[in-house]
Design a protein around this ligand. Sequence first.
Ligand code: SF4
Length: 508
Amino acid sequence: MVRKMTDMAATAENGFDIEQVIRLLQKEVADYQVPVVDLIAAQTKDPFKVLVATILSARTKDEVTAAACRRLFKRAATPDELARLSIADLEKIIYPVGFFRNKAKYLAALPGVLAEKFSGRVPETIDELVQLPGVGRKTANLVVAVAFGKPAICVDTHVHRIMNIWGYVQTKTPLETEMALREKLPPQYWISINSILVAFGQGTCRPRRPKCDSCIIADLCPRIGVTPRKTRPNNTKNTKSTESTKSTESTRKKEGLFFVSWNVNGLRAALKKGFLDSFFELDADIFALQEIKALPDQLPDEVRQIPGYHIFWYPAQKKGYSGTAVFSKREPLSVQYGLEEESFDAEGRVLTLEFADFYFITAYFPNAQPKLKRIDFKQRFNTRLLAHMDRLAGKKSVVLCGDLNVAHKPIDLANPKANEKNPGYSPQERAWMDEVIRAGYVDTFRLFNSDPDQYSWWSYRFNARAKNIGWRIDYFLVDPGSRDRVIDAAIHDDITGSDHCPVSLRFK
Ligand code: SF4
């Protein structure tokens, strides 16, 4: 009788069969990487290590958490050993996990609280666990489930979001979701649901642009409140797709390096509009920013210390103006700040990173300004930058990305006729782009897409973005010899947070 009621609860009134869905997803995510907390539980069977790994894992990639755990457990495998480390020691050991300073404080306080309240042992209930420093309800549920194998439902953002997409719950907060799931989710799935949906939520049902077109449960999912990623047909005449079909995407995902460039029009403002969500979702090997409009010390730690990235800032001397930055998973061999000319370099416009077989340049080109008041400055900048590219291209591949502040051809803006003498489309600026292309540099986006209406910037005025009255002024160019290294190029026009959208290049 109990079993029958559970089955009835498992099938939602909208016909959504949770058991069928979970069975399919279990198979789907079986090949995905095991979450680091589960791995540590399986390897050690030690609740203390599971607790510490869970605290470290928040807002941190699994590989970074795993490495920090290895370093930490070498020095402190027990609460007593942990008590001997200072906050400064802990910061050094666990860096670069997300929020490492706060987490170091929590870990330093942990042995004392365990000794005082729980006789030095890790408690087994949620109510007790949330009394520990750095442990919220989500962490407590995870520890109860993973370390002690007891029924607990760890509801993080993925579980909360996906359960609502399915209409299995209708809730506003993760806590409400946890309570609703305790009422209706069959108990045999309580422990595993978190790791299944975290893997599924990171890989397929992503927070932005979920891959509904290639989702194993697409036919069963009501997709409540979802805007799927856009896909375009492949192999249309003279046009190659920049958004991929399932098979080409999975091939591309494994190939080459993925670069993103984004004029964020003020990083502090972009952070308030979900910049980090887009950053983590895009998961670029190198992520270049223009117009950061901030000094590093005006920015929060969450963007100054992103685990797994080497970060290079080049702010303008003038506050709230211009500036560039690069986040790179690989450590470059060298970094050059600027073009060795004071008038350009005071504005933090060019960063050049050297890697073993290519140079990566990001640039924020000057705006020619109304009535072309600054066209001379821009033309001097353009000439200097092209000479810089030519010099480097003599040694190895060159990738240039950024806001070039120019639409090259009539196809690259919505109203070419009306803008013929305006900054960004003046004859002088277009002539420089002609010169660059004549020199053999490749506008990578146009290798794959010759469609009109493909833009990367829209005015904030006149509802221009909604009407797609825009300009394509953000580019990835490569040097003449590197054309064959280009795998794909795209404009991510569904990503908001700035008046520009990100553009990308996949490069072998
Ligand atoms: S169909 Fe789309 S919204 Fe539904 S689970 Fe799959 S990816 Fe998520």
